[in-house]
Design a protein around this ligand. Sequence first.
Ligand code: ATP
Ligand code: MG
Ligand code: MG
Ligand code: MG
Length: 439
Amino acid sequence: MRLSRYFLPVLKENPAEAQIVSHRLMLRAGMIKQASAGIYSWLPLGFKVLRKIEQIIHEEQARAGHIAMLMPTIQSAELWRESGRYDDYGEEMLRIRDRHDRDILFTPTAEELITDIFRAHVGSYKDLPLTLYQIQWKFRDEIRPRFGVMRGREFLMKDGYNFDLTKEDALHAYNRHLVSYLRTYERMGLQAIPMRADSGPIGGDDTHEFLVLAETGESEVFYDSEITDLKFGDREIDFDDHAACQAVLEEFTSRYARTDETHDEALFNQVPEARRRTARGIEVGQIFYFGTKYSDAMGATVTDDAGTKVPVHMGSHGIGVSRLLGAIIEASHDDKGIIWPEGVTPFHCGIVNLKQGDGEADAACEALYASLKALGLDPLYDDRKERAGAKFATMDLIGLPWRITVGPRGLKNGVVELTSRRTGESEDLPPEEAVKRIA
Ligand code: ATP
Ligand code: MG
Ligand code: MG
Ligand code: MG
């Protein structure tokens, strides 16, 4: 992309309404624009990162054997009356009436709809296990929408639902999600710690939240510091192997790690004092096992191998897709701007032309641009007639991992400058070498 033809409405001033750094930087970098309280338009740069995050989620869901689909945002109140949640859900649910006076709602989550789909089409244990998921907009009429996309009213969520014959199988699905989520967050450059949590209006006993440690997080968390040394890394795991998934769950959840909702001071005090940590965290996902809560209420049954009708065991699993942009920025920025982890960066690198209009500099930039694209990379070429300082400030603000700076002086010696956004280190290299480093 050439910056002269892109739409990147960066703000020079710090927006007064933004209280935390990720919100400030997303507005300044022209990623989002508030449409109304807690509701945002995704401008091209923000949209690109959102798509990258979705892509990682899709790839990791496929790896775990889960199947993508899409359900509507507007749902009939009828299904929610069947489960009893139409009345229970409270003020966060946006209720709407259509022209025929029918009650409809903007979905805050989708257990009812997916259970309805399941009961219409699945009747035998032979069709299990089954895990379906979607990435779809949700609406919750949050009492205090704030911090930009972190607590929106409209927000993008990955929500997945497993259907299993037995409790044991459903707990395997739970473990499989835990493993898959660990991989997913790490690919986004995040450490998200599974913590024992409270199930809230979804219901159920077994639940973990994934928290990214950050001062601006809304949850208070208590944990054993050893947990921050755990990495999932690039281990290969067979997602059908119950014991292997269970072992990962045990490894990542055996140390004390809880949110304020389930915190137990006496248990916490058993952690050696030097390792006890109290901090704040951002909830970026949550997994639940809730057994037959919805299948009982809505009659979602299968026949088992003895021909008996039994309710299916279920769980649901959510990732805060749009919230993740805020969480990644909270975890990765400096005073100049965002520092994107490679896995989610909107462009792989920036090209800064120090002397736009200079024949040699222009030609060198064009050649770099073409060779990066030929490698399947996505460069952002700042081809505007701007001062070098302004170009650098924009690149630092939008946080691409690499910057290649091209100017007549370097070109005389056959070099361009390659700069890492994260370390700030620069190196003079022949253009072909710079391209190789990025690829
Ligand atoms: P919170 O405690 O922050 O209100 P939640 O526990 O109500 O979140 P879940 O029902 O667990 O949310 O939804 C799954 C994920 O969706 C959450 O882990 C979070 O990352 C994301 N999420 C929930 N509410 C919002 C929101 N208002 N804005 C953005 N993301 C959200
Ligand atoms: Mg909530
Ligand atoms: Mg929560
Ligand atoms: Mg939650």
